[in-house]
Design a protein around this ligand. Structure first.
Ligand code: 4BW
Length: 148
């Protein structure tokens, strides 16, 4: 049986798990759904953050949200792609944490969400923490325990 004491794992700061803002694909307020769909398709990500020009975090846009928005009862309304803006379709209630937030909060959010956004005290976007980064760290810690 593997036993992992939570304090050993939570020692790892959120900083170590962070993908910094400059490496995170995102779209901006004012962008069309067409632009967002291009970013999502070309990067291969299902969802990305929506920021404003000052890098403040406003929400998340995803392929399912866009497809739902343009899908009518009888046809797909492709014309909505360039008529609608991301801010009208994005999800505003999103998993987020502050730079000085608790590791435990990040952990519990990542149970239900593939990634969480990290922002500073003024709401400026700092980066994301993904489930992958957390699981990789967990894997490393389990390996260390097994080796000792
Ligand atoms: O382009 C990719 N490169 C790599 N290395 N892995 C990818 C890529 N696209 C998807 N993956 C893998 C990752 O393991 O599929 C998982 C689910 O992807 P998603 O959700 O549904 O697009 C990925 O898991 P993850 O690394 O834990 O990432 C969780 C979610 O975080 C992704 C995506 O919505 C977001 N994300 C991750 N890195 C990002 C990003 N969003 C913007 N920019 C980034 N650099």
């Amino acid at each position: 049986m593997i036993s992992l004491h939570s304090s050993e794992f939570s020692k790892n700061t959120l900083d170590q798990l962070l993908i910094p803002a400059e490496r995170v694909a995102h779209v901006q307020i004012g962008n069309s759904l067409e632009h967002a769909l291009l970013v999502l398709t070309k990067t291969g990500y299902t969802a990305v953050p929506v920021l404003d020009a000052a890098y403040k975090l406003h929400g998340l846009i995803s392929t399912p949200l866009i497809l739902d928005h343009i899908t009518g009862i009888e046809r797909i309304q492709f014309e909505h792609l360039d008529q609608s803006k991301v801010e009208h379709v994005m999800k505003k209630e999103i998993p987020r944490i502050h730079t000085n937030g608790h590791f435990q909060k990040a952990l519990s959010l990542l149970v239900d969400h593939p990634f969480i956004c990290v922002e500073d005290q003024d709401g400026f976007f700092i980066g994301i923490i993904t489930r992958r980064a957390l699981l990789k760290q967990l894997q490393k810690n389990i390996r260390l325990i097994n080796e000792t």
